[in-house]
Design a protein around this ligand. Structure first.
Ligand SMILES: *[C@@H]1O[C@H](CO)[C@@H](O)[C@H](O)[C@H]1NC(C)=O
Ligand SMILES: *[C@@H]1O[C@H](CO)[C@@H](O)[C@H](O)[C@H]1NC(C)=O
Ligand SMILES: *[C@@H]1O[C@H](CO)[C@@H](O)[C@H](O)[C@H]1NC(C)=O
Ligand SMILES: *[C@@H]1O[C@H](CO)[C@@H](O)[C@H](O)[C@H]1NC(C)=O
Ligand SMILES: *[C@@H]1O[C@H](CO)[C@@H](O)[C@H](O)[C@H]1NC(C)=O
Ligand SMILES: *[C@@H]1O[C@H](CO)[C@@H](O)[C@H](O)[C@H]1NC(C)=O
Length: 554
């Protein structure tokens, strides 16, 4: 009786003032949101996981947050990292905040945790609740963590030296994983069961965490949606890019020391304002600032990425965890419309394809190898014909395959070859009424199943004007399926541990480089084999893997 009375008193206090949790850094007061099915979500938003990366801390690895006295309000999203869009909330360089969502604080059995890394090409978007709302996922017994990480030059600028090593944003993500190890038990989470999930740039990141020495042991499963880092992640040489940024901000490039000091004095907004100057053709490349390999400078600093990710995957030098990886049907195919509807861009691509192709499709530039690849792609996708409206499909596939589809297939192949845990591959092909791309723009007709469309069924995203699906929506069932698949994987490392009607009674069989099995996630689920074989084979041929020395028998 007494126990029950205390429980009711606690619940009443939670309703009146918000739930309070004690972390290693101090107490947090959260707020209560609701899932679509009506559960209470104890939500802790705007939780600082590192000291503000400003002033002397700009271009430095994150420094863990100091502790505070009393109760800190965690009832609203934190600042959004500087970027050229104001629809996600107030922007500030002081943006290293995470959100934690849970439906039970005092658990006897800690719950599986998922950390979600948002997309946005390493220069945009946020993990805040306006972009990655918990209203769908929290109907499962999962603890969700979303986070911001530094963006653009502020997250990645690198001279490839000890002064400006780069990868600040990646180290922010590592700091989130460390924060989870330290604090998630207080939110009912199991620090021994962490799924690292990400989309697009966030998915690039997931695979990089698999090969990073810094992230080892901090997560136990991985979900890589529509993105893999087996492309040129930085536009050009990082040091050229850093000098270009300095010049754009009127900083001297004569000495590295002066240059960095000058760059530290500039406003965060100045970096954002100069970002468009890094476009080299149309809106390409899609990745401008990104992760770099960090040589050992002998200063004892932690290095996020010690070698080329493909080499590390080939060598089996990665965290061996269950992996779910895949892409949507069309990904960036709509980019062909963007080009074809602008006669200047079409003309430029036609006359200067050899220069533009590596920029737009993210591979090495200016080498003999690069010219060979460009010729091969032009032959396969464009039949060696000039680009016209008749090239829409071929050019669209080229964008899709170069940026997302082939890198995802290659990552699955390399990881499954050396992993000791299963790899599950998918294609998301469900065509709902809503999409990130409508054609014509402004209409209500989706172009197809494009990049980000599957996220509509995992996170509520009011900032992009999507609705919260309710049981009255046709899309509700797909959302429920996606949540079931993803949460099964988070709980058991297996997306279909048992046959259920909701999941069309299917068993998702692991992918291997030999069987090429994948789940087609459409209005039904079905196991298939060999996705986009001819297209993938073309890239395999143009991007041969280095020969490994054969081990001689006897
Ligand atoms: C936290 O929020 C409560 C309720 O809105 C408010 O009364 C209090 O002043 C806030 N505390 C701080 C430190 O901002
Ligand atoms: C750099 O110099 C140009 C030309 O003088 C000026 O327009 C611009 O505002 C300066 N930018 C910064 C960030 O100082
Ligand atoms: C990669 O190899 C190094 C050296 O053998 C080892 O210390 C490290 O733990 C490995 N990393 C992963 C992620 O397996
Ligand atoms: C193409 O370039 C010309 C000359 O620079 C310009 O006047 C025109 O507006 C451009 N057209 C488009 C569609 O951007
Ligand atoms: C493609 O068709 C559109 C109209 O549908 C037209 O505006 C555009 O100029 C065409 N592009 C090319 C490269 O022919
Ligand atoms: C799944 O299997 C059950 C039991 O065999 C059956 O009743 C149900 O109709 C099946 N559902 C689907 C979607 O195939």
């Amino acid at each position: 009786m007494k126990c029950v009375a205390v429980l009711f008193a606690v619940l009443a206090a939670v309703r009146a003032n918000g739930p309070v949790v004690r972390t290693a850094q101090g107490q947090l007061r959260g707020s209560v949101l609701k899932t679509v099915d009506g559960r209470d979500i104890f939500s802790f938003r705007g939780v600082p996981f590192a000291r503000p990366p400003v002033g002397d801390l700009r271009f430095k690895a994150p420094v863990p947050m100091e502790s505070w006295d009393g109760i800190r309000n965690a009832t609203e999203d934190g600042f959004v990292c500087p970027q050229d869009w104001n629809g996600y909330g107030t922007r500030s360089e002081d943006c290293l905040f995470l959100n934690v969502y849970t439906t039970k604080l005092d658990v006897t059995t800690p719950r599986p945790v998922v950390v979600f890394l948002h997309p946005g090409g390493y220069y945009s978007v946020t993990g805040n609740s306006v972009w990655a709302g918990p209203q769908y996922l929290l109907d499962e017994d999962i603890v969700l963590v979303t986070a911001n990480y530094r963006l653009g030059a502020l997250g990645f600028l690198s001279l490839r030296d000890a002064k400006l090593p780069g990868n600040y944003a990646m180290k922010d993500q590592v700091q989130v994983l460390r924060w989870v190890q330290e604090n998630i038990a207080a939110f009912g989470g199991d620090a021994g069961s962490v799924t690292l999930a990400g989309y697009s740039a966030g998915s690039f990141s997931v695979i990089l965490h698999m090969v990073s020495p810094m992230s080892q042991g901090l997560f136990h499963r991985a979900i890589a949606m529509s993105g893999s880092p087996l492309v040129e992640m930085v536009a050009g040489r990082p040091e050229d890019q850093a000098r270009k940024q300095a010049a754009l901000l009127n900083c001297t490039t004569d000495s590295a020391e002066e240059m960095v000091n000058c760059l530290r004095q500039k406003n965060a907004d100045d970096f954002v304002a100069t970002f468009p100057s890094f476009a080299e053709f149309a809106y390409d490349p899609m990745l401008v600032f990104g992760p770099v390999v960090e040589p050992d400078f002998g200063d004892g600093a932690e290095r996020f990425l010690t070698a080329d990710p493909q080499e590390l995957l080939l060598a089996g030098n990665f965290s061996k965890v269950p992996l779910m990886i895949g892409h949507t049907t069309l990904e960036f195919a709509w980019k062909s419309l963007q080009i074809l509807r602008n006669s200047n861009w079409t003309e430029e691509m036609n006359t200067d394809f050899e220069r533009i192709a590596p920029i737009s499709f993210l591979y090495e530039r200016g080498t003999e190898q690069s010219r060979r690849i460009t010729a091969g792609l032009r032959k396969f996708y464009l039949k060696d014909q000039p680009i016209t409206n008749a090239s829409e499909t071929g050019l669209g596939q080229l964008y899709a395959d170069g940026i997302i589809i082939f890198p995802a297939h290659r990552a699955a192949k390399l990881i499954s070859a050396k992993n000791t845990a299963p790899v599950y591959f998918y294609k998301f092909s469900y065509a709902g009424k809503y999409s990130y791309i409508y054609d014509p723009p402004g209409s209500q007709t989706p172009y197809g199943v494009v990049h980000h469309d599957d996220l509509l069924y995992l996170f509520y995203n009011p900032s992009e004007f999507f609705k919260l699906f309710t049981p009255q929506d046709e899309e509700f069932q797909t959302m429920k399926k996606m949540i079931k698949i993803w949460s099964n994987f988070m709980k058991e490392g297996n997306p279909t541990p048992e046959r259920t009607s909701l999941l069309s009674n299917v068993t998702w069989e692991p992918y291997t480089g030999d069987n090429l099995k994948y789940m087609d996630i459409g209005s039904r689920l079905s196991m298939k084999e060999g996705l986009y074989n001819e297209r993938v084979a073309t890239w395999e041929r143009l991007f041969p893997l280095p020969h490994t020395t054969a081990v001689k028998n006897g």
